[in-house]
Design a protein around this ligand. Sequence first.
Ligand code: HXC
Length: 257
Amino acid sequence: TDYTTILVEQRGRVGWITLNRPEALNALNSTLVSELAHAASVFDADEQIGAIVLTGSARAFAAGADIKEMADKTPVEMSLRNPFAGLEEFSRVRTPVVAAVAGYALGGGCELAMTCDIILAADTATFGQPEINLGVIPGLGGTQRLTRAVGYYKAAELVLTGRTMDATEAERAGLVSRVVPAGDLLAEAERVAEAIASKSLPVAYAAKEALRASQETTAAEGLRFERALFTSLFALDDQKEGMAAFREKRAANFTHR
Ligand code: HXC
């Protein structure tokens, strides 16, 4: 496919999406958002893909929504022709997504990382929700997902002041799964994604679905949902194989991967 703002590559069972608008620090314009959603849904529909890695450049994961494209919009345009609708779609892919973040992850860039399941950060990464400096507030989950990730008081400080935080602070706060040296970021992302892709795909889907429920429902509902999903997995050949392999002291050879 001829994408103009992203690069797409399949390596083994891992689908790679690289944001590629270097002239704008990967700012999310409407083209990039729809290309991202499209590429992710193609990977999501492909049984050969067990994990997706989303990354940017060494300088920027994404410096936010494209301010130049947005600046003159009216509320009606933002609503009827919501240029960010594709991000909602991206956030709902069933395949686990690893964000590999180096450089700026600001505004919509930070929010995009937070739609992923795992956030690996280079030690060069910078996170923040600086929208308030532009006379707006986060609009792609920054007040909701960031608050769940780091707690109310940390999120409120970032959203209300627009201050950014480095990778170490982001990891301490719980926004980041792990920080690695910048030079190791992509290799580490590949290792993590391959580890996920080596499991049974329907089981990975179930795990992601249950994890997502923890962010979207009450604890009681989430626990019931988890229990029901867990129970249903006993219908899978891969559950039988995984447990037989343990008893036989060998590696599991899952059918659905
Ligand atoms: C459009 C952007 C951009 C953005 C950078 N650029 N960020 N263009 N939208 N979000 C462009 C610059 O205009 C410039 O192009 C080029 O990228 C390089 O950026 P510089 O500013 O020259 O780089 P530097 O001095 O190193 O500063 C880096 C930076 C700064 C600190 C990241 O670019 C910055 O503050 N960017 C905006 C960050 C931000 O406010 N993000 C939140 C956006 S609002 P030209 O051609 O001009 O030289 C948002 C809302 C989401 O995300 C919710 C929507 C519903």
